[in-house]
Design a protein around this ligand. Structure first.
Ligand SMILES: Cc1cc2nc3c(=O)[nH]c(=O)nc-3n(C[C@H](O)[C@H](O)[C@H](O)COP(=O)(O)O)c2cc1C
Length: 179
């Protein structure tokens, strides 16, 4: 049964980028800055064969610096229709060159490219939201790849909630937890 829950967990996360408007498309990504947690919403873009989770960002955003100093990351997914929560924790890899990098950048088309070509870095104070300037000669696209080390599944339901944890150090063998 635990094996099946692990498969369900992975499939549910994949729906985030496979199914349009799925709630798992927008997980909350946590990093650490000076021992303080920092969270933000991101878009889940893809996963690899080894279930590494792919996101995009601007290489100048604060999270990049945070992951360079401390690669520990946590992604939290919640599906309000299913009352299902999934946590994926692990180390964040920052990818700024190479074949995968070029492949994913080539998928970012048209207006979506604007997110990665602002003149000022993300978080720069501006006078007016209409006053964002763009470059046309370079971009700041960065791939984020979360390599999972621990994953947790929590399904609220009657008569029994189901909570289970899966650890890489334990060969991904599962363990039920009191919810
Ligand atoms: C619906 C939604 C989707 C977002 N998707 C992304 C994303 O895929 N990548 C990203 O870097 N920021 C995304 N953001 C913006 C982040 O939440 C965050 O504000 C930004 O990345 C700066 O974060 P940082 O300063 O902590 O690095 C999204 C925000 C919202 C509201």
């Amino acid at each position: 049964m635990l094996n099946q829950i692990l498969e369900d967990l992975k499939n549910e996360v994949k729906f985030g980028y496979l199914k349009k408007k799925h709630p798992f498309r927008y997980p909350s990504l946590a990093s650490i800055e000076d021992n303080v947690p920092v969270q933000r919403t991101v878009v889940l873009r893809d996963s690899t064969q080894d279930f590494e989770l792919i996101m995009y960002t601007d290489e100048r955003s604060d999270k990049i610096h945070q992951f360079e100093i401390n690669p520990n990351a946590s992604l939290l997914f919640y599906n309000h229709k299913k009352l299902l929560q999934i946590k994926v924790e692990g180390k964040m890899k920052l990818i700024r060159s190479g074949k995968d990098y070029e492949d994913y950048w080539s998928r970012v088309q048209g207006k979506s490219q604007k997110d990665f070509i602002t003149t000022n870095p993300p978080g720069t104070p501006i006078d007016n939201p209409d006053h964002v300037e763009y470059k046309d000669d370079e971009h700041h696209f960065c791939l984020l790849k979360l390599v999972p080390e621990r994953m947790e599944y929590l399904q609220l339901k009657r008569p029994n909630h189901i909570r289970a944890v899966f650890d890489k150090t334990n060969n991904w063998e599962g363990q039920f937890l009191n919810p």
